[in-house]
Design a protein around this ligand. Structure first.
Ligand SMILES: *Cc1c(COP(=O)(O)O)cnc(C)c1O
Length: 246
């Protein structure tokens, strides 16, 4: 129901606002991104009607299935899931404006080739595995600078930021360390002044840890459960497709 979603959005926006206040940041510095995996298109539309128009999916298949219903309301769509190179051609059909999950050169090269072929460009974030968990995708922190330098040579790709999933832990300081690491990497990349690289965006923080992420500099928080409710699939189904499919 729309009332429920509006209520949840109010709560999330309050949490974002309070975190901004605490950390002396402007509310306008932090964007809310709707993480819509498993959420039916009709429910996503309700969130659009409440004025939240930035969404992201984890699977190309879901983008495809929801595309027709969602296209009646102008919105912005990102991709935050594990991208298989055989899905690149597909993902370019559905108005995705940013892929936040680029974490390896060979994938980026294939994406670049296809973009050049279609005469398009794509914004990307580099996903970093700041928690060093095997179960998570993302470039290793110590490999991120070199990766960004290589990605900068790909002419159809525009590097706009970094993305990470924080450690799942009730120990705040361990979670904070992940976000702090992403911010440090951003500062190091900026200091390199690489042509064609602008890493202004820090996509970090979810339903459970968005306050910590905002305190550490997030410019975009990705929220699913706290808006749409619990999902039936376990998250590793989305984050570790390679294993989930075996
Ligand atoms: C599902 C997902 C989110 C949102 O997680 P919630 O805990 O439901 O808010 C954020 N980022 C990514 C990459 C996700 O897959």
């Amino acid at each position: 129901m729309k009332e429920d979603i509006q209520h949840n959005l109010n709560l999330i926006n309050e949490r974002i606002e309070n975190a901004c206040l605490r950390s002396n940041r402007q509310r306008s510095e932090v964007q809310l991104l709707l993480a819509t995996k498993t959420v039916p298109a009709e429910r996503i539309k309700l969130a659009f009607e409440c004025g939240e128009l930035l969404m992201a999916e984890n699977k190309v298949q879901e983008i495809k299935e929801k595309y027709e219903v969602l296209k009646s309301i102008a919105h912005t769509k990102h991709f935050i899931g594990y991208l298989q190179s055989n899905k690149i051609k597909d993902i370019l059909k559905y108005d995705v404006s940013c892929i936040q999950s680029i974490d390896r050169l060979d994938l980026a090269e294939k994406l670049n080739q296809r973009l050049l072929f279609e005469n398009k460009t794509m914004d990307i974030f580099v996903q970093v595995n700041t928690s060093y968990e095997d179960s998570k995708f993302g470039a290793k922190p110590e490999e991120t600078l070199a990766l960004v330098e290589q990605l900068a040579n790909l002419e159809a790709i525009r590097i706009k930021g970094l993305m990470t999933i924080g450690l799942f832990s009730s120990e705040v300081e361990k979670v904070r360390k992940c976000f702090r690491l992403l911010k440090e990497l951003q500062q190091k990349i900026k200091a390199l002044k690489i042509p064609n690289v602008q890493v202004e965006e820090l996509s970090m923080g979810m339903s459970g840890d968005l306050e910590i992420a905002i305190e550490e500099g997030a410019t975009m928080v990705r929220v699913g459960t706290a808006i749409f409710g619990e999902r039936i699939y376990p998250d590793h189904y989305y984050w570790d497709e390679s294993k989930a499919l075996k």
